[in-house]
Design a protein around this ligand. Structure first.
Ligand code: PRP
Length: 182
């Protein structure tokens, strides 16, 4: 285990099992539809690629990058588009794929933008959900794990751009973000 990690919250095996279950549900629900899975960069990258690998129906991929956190550990509430979709969304069955739903500010913003582009349908899949931190009401259709309000990293999630490559979800030691090293 990485020495900055206090404990493993969700193991690699648990994540992969959940990814398979979600992909199976999504493959059933979107059969015969025009599925466009949108990865919200950067955090969702690991989840998205594992999920896509397990989808058994035709699907298209696209990517969006938004930022709300800056370098800190708390959301600022401000959302900016850093990278937009490369193609149109009109008439497609869009599934937004996120790593974590926290305050809901990011997904609220993305949902509103995409709704205006007239997709056939718009749903959300998130690996992690921190329900107690919600500021904006969000309806999520596919959830991997509801987790407590702890600072989690790994499997795409970062602290100051580190730890995204860990294959599990871990809780970061307080001393790492209390006195960050350069
Ligand atoms: C994280 C995460 C979600 C968002 C969730 O992204 O990937 O997109 O915050 O928080 P919210 O519900 O409070 O809006 P971040 O802005 O840190 O960018 P990243 O994905 O590139 O790490």
């Amino acid at each position: 285990m990485n020495s900055d990690v206090k404990k493993v919250l969700i193991s690699e095996a648990e994540i992969q099992q959940k990814v398979k279950e979600l992909a199976e549900r999504i493959s059933k629900d979107y059969k015969g539809k025009h599925l466009l899975m949108i990865c919200i960069l950067k955090g969702a990258i690991m989840f998205y690629s594992d999920l896509a690998r397990n989808i058994s129906i035709p699907m298209a991929m696209d990517f969006m990058a938004v930022s709300s956190y800056g370098a800190g550990t708390k959301t600022s509430g401000e959302v900016r588009i850093l990278k937009d979709l490369s193609g149109p969304a009109e008439g497609l069955d869009i599934l937004i794929v996120e790593d974590i739903l926290d305050s809901g500010n990011t997904l609220n913003y993305i949902e509103n933008i995409l709704k205006d582009r007239n997709p056939a349908s718009l749903k959300i899949c998130t690996l992690l959900d921190k329900p107690e931190r919600r500021e904006k009401p969000i309806v999520v259709d596919y959830v991997g794990f509801a987790i407590p309000d702890e600072f989690v990293i790994g499997y795409g999630l970062d602290y100051s751009e580190r730890y995204r490559n860990l294959p599990y979800i871990g809780v970061l030691k307080e001393e790492v973000y209390a006195s960050p090293a350069e």
